[in-house]
Design a protein around this ligand. Structure first.
Ligand code: CA
Length: 238
């Protein structure tokens, strides 16, 4: 069975060609889209064009170190939430602590087996990006199943388009939080550069319409001046 309901985009930042290739091949086999960078500068360039779902970041890189890039990514609102796994030859406890303090979600010491790497990636995605896993979600009678791509409201089948499905999946796995249009474009469309922000409004309207038959449209709230929120408690001001 597929682990991910959609293929994740993974950015590999690694200057050693053999290790970069090994990782990329294994990620490719697992159905992921792979972006590759040899250093922090190239990584930053790729991230600006497309926000990855997960970043594998080598500690020792030519130029800016992996740890300094990790700190920069965590300080930037746009990249703060992207799961990050540090790769390193260092095994000392202090380095591990430093990596985690810089905001890494996990830490893998070289040499590692592809099997271990894939298991870590899966665990981090499950923890940090539940919308990328196949787990079925239910909120107040609204149920979304990533495996069958079905949405039901109080057991009534709802017709939801592919983009609205991804949007709803993201919302249901991140309830009660307000997301800007730019953030939704990054998370749901995977690209904030080539799609206009008003596109989000169009799909929010379609999503509400799709949820109307069971009355779940009220869970999708507009937060004036900020963006949108999926809430368990519609109508309550928080
Ligand atoms: Ca290296």
């Amino acid at each position: 069975m597929a682990v991910y309901s959609m293929s994740s985009t993974v950015l590999v930042v690694e200057d050693e060609p053999a290790i970069q290739e090994l990782i990329a091949v294994n990620l490719g086999f697992a159905g992921h889209k792979v972006l590759r960078a040899d250093d922090a500068e190239q990584a930053q360039y790729l991230i600006t064009a497309e926000l990855p779902d997960l970043i594998l970041l080598d500690w020792m890189l030519p130029g800016a170190s992996g740890i300094s890039l990790a700190r920069r990514l965590r300080a930037d609102e746009r990249t703060r939430g992207v799961p990050l796994i540090m790769l390193t030859a260092k095994g000392e406890e202090q380095d591990k602590v430093e990596g985690l303090e810089a905001g890494a979600d996990d830490y893998i010491t070289k040499p590692f087996s592809p099997k271990e790497l894939m298991a870590r990636i899966k665990a981090v995605l499950r923890r940090r990006a539940p919308q990328l896993t196949d787990d079925r979600i239910e909120v107040s009678g609204l149920c979304l199943d990533p495996v069958t791509h079905r949405v039901t409201g109080h057991d009534q089948l709802l017709t939801v388009g592919p983009t609205e499905f991804r949007l709803l999946h993201f919302f249901m796995t991140h309830p009660e939080r307000v997301f800007s249009r730019a953030h939704l474009l990054d998370q749901v469309w995977g690209d904030h550069v080539f799609v206009e922000e008003r596109t989000v409004d169009v799909h929010i309207r379609r999503l509400r319409k799709a949820l109307q038959p069971s009355g779940h449209d009220i869970h999708v709230e507009t937060v004036r001046g900020s963006g949108y929120r999926f809430t368990f408690k519609p109508g309550k001001v928080s």
